[in-house]
Design a protein around this ligand. Sequence first.
Ligand SMILES: [Zn+2]
Ligand SMILES: [Zn+2]
Length: 326
Amino acid sequence: MPQPDATTEDVLAAIREFDQLGRESFLQKFGFGRARDYFVRHGGRFYDSKALLGVAHGYQHGEPLRPDEFSGGDAAAAATLRGLGFTVSDPNPDWTEDEIVLACDLISRHGWRYLDENHPEVEELSQVLQLLSRHPEARRGPTFRNPSGVARKTADIATQHPDSTGRPTRGNRLDKVVLDQFLADPAGMAGRARAIRAAIDNPDATAPLPDLDLDPDASADEGGILERKSLVRERDPKLRRHKIKSVLKSGGTVSCEVCAFDFERTYGERGRLYIEVHHRTPLHVTGTVRTRLADLALLCSNCHRMIHRRRPWLSIEDLQDALQQP
Ligand SMILES: [Zn+2]
Ligand SMILES: [Zn+2]
């Protein structure tokens, strides 16, 4: 089978032909179907990437490749085009837990029924998801979290509902997990949906949250916006200063509440008043945003890291129990 072979110039020529003919005629002329996952993004427009490469090959070799003449699938064509310097979108990523929480919240308010893509709240959720997602914008395809994708997700979830008589569609495993959480605790999960939306609307959140490096082994992505905001909130220096002040005022010591480590005792002057602050109830559990000093615990860096190292995060008491006394 021929290896698709084209230069950047050939691909640009194919793009021009695509523009002249329009998508449908271009695909039809060269015998390609619509791409599902991989699109070249060029000049603010999207181009079916395998078709583009097959046609570009023709400029180089006289005869365009037909779809069944490629060695390697769509992903290989995408890699070739990236190698030529083009931006190619990724397949739409699986829905994250936050996204499914918002979708469940929407259809819970509509009797757990499927909503179609023209429903105003489906269109609104599509916009919210585009703001929420951390998937890099340059790698998003033309259908990324669009209303028809959101509508399909409402069907995935609705058909998993115990009262549903429809045949379950092919959703992902998390759909059912989140749906069950909603059925067990409707008010709590509605609160979590509100907290997620509030976290997006908050002007602090329009700048991307920093990647949190608490565990080098864990993927920072799966935690969701509320977990990340929890960690950002703990790092607020003002909050930390207030907490330390109040501990000193009440005659306490600035030492770890789990292992009693005292930075000053170990490091002298350099360690004086150093401690980390940890929030006892993370945002994804409470959904509330206001912090009281009593919600904060003082922790040394080791204990703090152990709490956040894996999901679910440990409570202070759990870590105390886990602490091995020498
Ligand atoms: Zn400690
Ligand atoms: Zn913490």
